[in-house]
Structure formats: C-alpha cells, structure tokens
Design a protein around this ligand. Structure first.
Ligand code: FES
Length: 166
C-alpha cells in the first residue's frame, strides 16, 4: 500500500513539474519575441501611428488591417481575429512554423535579421521560399506600412510530426 501511495505521489510531483516547465518555456519564448519587438526601435504608440498590413489568405483574398508598431504579425492575426487555419499554433514560442508567411522581396529586405532558431524552424515550413519568414518573429515598424504578407497554401506543424498525429 505504501508503495502505491509513493508511486502516486511521484507521478503527481512529476506532472506538476512538467506543467511548470512547459509554461515557463512558452512564457520565455513569448517574452523573447516581445523583447525583440520592443528593442527594434519602436516609437511610442499613438492612435495615428498605425501600420497597414495586407494579408493574402489561402483563397487569394486580400485582408487589410491596421496594427501598432511593435506588434508581431502573429499579434496582428490574433488581435484582428483573422481565420488562417492552424496559424500560430505554438503562440510564438518558435516551436511549430505554422506562422509561415511569404513576402515580396522589397518587404523581405526590411524585415530584419533571421535568428538561428527561426531559421531552424523555417526549414520545416511547408512551401518554403527565398522570402519566407515566421510571422511571430516579425515586428512591425512604420517602414513596413502597406506591406503584403501571403499565407502559404498549407502549414506544417513540427510538433504534430514529432508525435505522429499528422
Ligand atoms: S507561432 Fe509557432 S513558430 Fe511562430
């Protein structure tokens, strides 16, 4: 009986620790993105200081929204409640590549450097192009006003591939 109780206690402690670490990892990834966006020289936010972003969805439909400098493109999709199936599955923690977006070359050149972590995840994206980036890693600046971001035809979520569910 004591052995069963000890086993249950071990499982409870292990699950609690796993949950705590998972939450911490997700928070850390989101914090890094927020920190990078903030340090990209974002000017103070004002209501007339919006950036126009044009998304082309999988059906070829153009969706134009206004967003704040400093927001990531994942923030924009979430804030505007845009229905891009499967987009942003890992909530910006660089663990899925479902936020893959394709840009025109002139816009791509303005997006800032690609980190090694983003490059690793981009390699797993469906339909990768020379001007692909992950939307959760793109911080809006006024210089991106009027940008076009194309949502690829499909998404690849590495997390599903790892557990065999896709
Ligand atoms: S939302 Fe998962 S990598 Fe961007």
């Amino acid at each position: 009986m004591a052995l069963v109780t000890a086993g249950r206690r071990f499982v409870q402690v292990t699950l609690r620790e796993f949950s705590r670490r998972s939450t911490a990892a997700a928070s850390w990834g989101a914090w890094r993105t927020a920190e990078r966006c903030f340090s990209a020289g974002t000017p103070p936010l004002r209501s007339d200081n919006k950036v126009t972003v044009n998304f082309i969805n999988r059906d070829g439909e153009k969706i134009t929204v206004k967003a704040s400098p400093g927001d990531s493109l994942l923030d924009v999709v979430i804030n505007e409640d845009l229905d891009f199936d499967g987009f942003g599955a890992c909530e910006g923690t660089l663990a899925c590549s479902t936020c893959h977006l394709i840009f025109d070359e002139d816009v791509y050149k303005k997006l800032g450097p690609v980190t090694d972590e983003e490059m690793d995840m981009l390699d797993l994206a469906y339909g990768l192009t020379e001007t692909s980036r992950l939307g959760c890693q793109i911080c809006l600046t006024k210089s991106l006003d009027g940008m076009v971001a194309r949502v690829p035809e499909s998404v690849a979520d590495i997390r599903q591939s790892k557990d065999g569910s896709a």
